[in-house]
Write a protein that binds this ligand. Structure first.
Ligand code: MG
Length: 345
C-alpha cells in the first residue's frame, strides 16, 4: 500500500473573502493525502509576508508528491516530514499543508483525534482572542458586538492613534485585550511609554512591538516592560527560539510559519524548558488549518485562533468555540470535515 498525495490546488467556488476590512484576500491551497482509501486534509495559507504563492506552493508540492509516492508507511511521521523539509528551504506553508494532511491521515488510521495522539488534555484548551483590527470607531463597535461571546479581544496597533483606538474600545467594553503591534513601534522609548500606559488598560500582553531586526532594543524592552512581550515576526521555526529567548517573554507559534504540527510540538517543548509563554496563532485560514492548530492548543498559554471566523466562506466544519474557549471534539485526525459542495478543482 502506498501513499497517494494529490498536490492539486482546490479553488473556492467563491473567492476567499475576509469578513472585515479592506485587506485583499489571502491565497489558500488545500491538499489531500490518501492511504488505503482514507483521506487526510491539509491547508497552506499564504499571507504576503511569507513570500509564498499558489505557484511556489504547487511547485513544492509536486516535488513532495514524488517523494511521498515512494513511501509506504504514513505512521513514520518524523521520517516523512524530515524528508519533506529537505526538499527546499522556506516553503513553510506548503510544508505545513503536508504536515497537517499527514497528521489528519494518521489520526484517522488510528481512529483517534490528534489531541489524543499528541497526549494533550482537551479540558485544558485556552480561550481564543477575537480580533478587532484597526478601524473606525463605528466598525470597532460593530466588531466588539460580533465577538460578544469571546472573553478576550485582540487589537492591532501600528503607532498611529493607538491610545485613541484603545480609549474607543474602552468606551464599549472592559474585556482583557491582547495587543499586536506587528513591528509598528519605531522606537524603544516610545514602546515602553506605550506599554506603561497599556498596562493600566487591562491588556494581557504585547505582540511584536519592535522590528524583528532590532533584537538589542527588544532585549532592552523585555528587561523594562511591565507587560509580557510575545515574539511573532521575530520567531519562525524551532532554530529561532534560542536566538530570541532573552528578548521576549513568549513566542507566537503558527503552523504556517513553522512548517506544521510536528515542529510546533517541538517548539512548545523547547519554549517550556526556557520558561517562555506560548501563544498559538494563525493566519487567515479555513477551519482545516485552524482545527489542526487547535489540537495543540491545550499546551499553550494563549490562543489566537479566530482566523476561520474572520472569513466569509469557510468550507470546513471543524473546531468550535464556547464563549471563546476552544472545544475539541472526538473526530479522528484534526477534526475538520469539508463542507459538501464548497470546493471546485
Ligand atoms: Mg502578530
Amino acid at each position: 500500500m502506498k501513499l497517494t498525495f494529490s498536490p492539486h490546488i482546490l479553488y473556492f467556488k467563491r473567492p476567499f473573502k475576509i469578513a472585515h476590512g479592506t485587506r485583499t484576500s489571502t491565497p489558500i491551497v488545500l491538499t489531500q493525502l490518501e492511504y488505503d482509501g482514507i483521506i487526510g486534509y491539509g491547508e497552506a495559507s499564504l499571507p504576503p509576508y511569507l513570500s509564498e504563492s499558489h505557484q511556489s506552493v504547487l511547485s513544492f508540492l509536486t516535488k513532495a508528491a514524488k517523494l511521498l509516492s515512494n513511501l509506504n508507511n504514513p505512521l513514520e511521521i518524523e521520517t516523512i516530514l524530515n524528508e519533506v523539509d529537505k526538499i527546499a528551504q522556506g516553503n513553510t506553508a506548503a510544508k505545513a499543508s503536508i504536515d497537517i494532511a499527514l497528521h489528519d491521515l494518521v489520526g484517522k488510521l488510528n481512529n483517534r483525534p490528534c489531541w489524543n495522539l499528541l497526549k494533550c488534555d482537551r479540558n485544558k484548551t485556552p480561550y481564543s482572542t477575537y480580533t478587532l483590527g484597526i478601524d473606525e470607531p463605528e466598525i470597532l463597535k460593530q466588531k466588539i458586538e460580533e465577538g460578544f461571546d469571546f472573553k478576550f479581544l485582540k487589537v492591532k496597533l501600528n503607532g498611529e492613534n493607538d491610545k485613541q483606538i484603545i480609549t474607543t474600545i474602552r468606551n464599549y467594553t472592559n474585556k482583557p485585550i491582547a495587543v499586536d503591534v506587528n513591528q509598528g513601534w519605531k522606537d524603544k522609548h516610545f514602546a515602553l511609554e506605550m506599554i506603561n500606559w497599556l498596562s493600566t488598560q487591562n491588556v494581557l500582553f504585547i505582540e511584536q512591538p519592535l522590528s524583528k531586526e532590532k533584537l538589542d532594543d527588544s532585549n532592552w524592552l523585555y528587561e523594562n516592560s511591565t507587560l509580557p512581550i510575545i515574539a511573532d515576526e521575530s520567531i519562525q521555526r524551532f532554530s529561532d527560539i534560542d536566538k530570541i529567548k532573552n528578548c521576549f517573554h513568549g513566542i507566537n507559534i503558527k503552523l504556517m510559519k513553522c512548517s506544521g504540527m510536528f515542529e510546533a510540538s517541538k517548539m512548545i517543548e523547547r519554549a517550556r524548558t526556557l520558561k517562555l509563554k506560548i501563544l498559538i496563532g494563525c493566519m487567515s485560514e479555513t477551519s482545516c488549518g485552524i482545527s489542526a492548530a487547535a489540537q495543540l492548543s491545550p499546551l499553550a498559554d494563549y490562543a489566537d485562533l479566530d482566523g476561520c471566523l474572520l472569513i466569509k466562506n469557510d468550507f470546513f466544519d471543524g473546531v468550535r468555540f464556547e464563549n471563546g474557549k476552544i472545544v475539541l471534539g472526538n473526530l479522528p485526525g484534526i477534526g475538520a470535515i469539508p463542507i459538501e459542495g464548497g470546493l471546485i478543482e
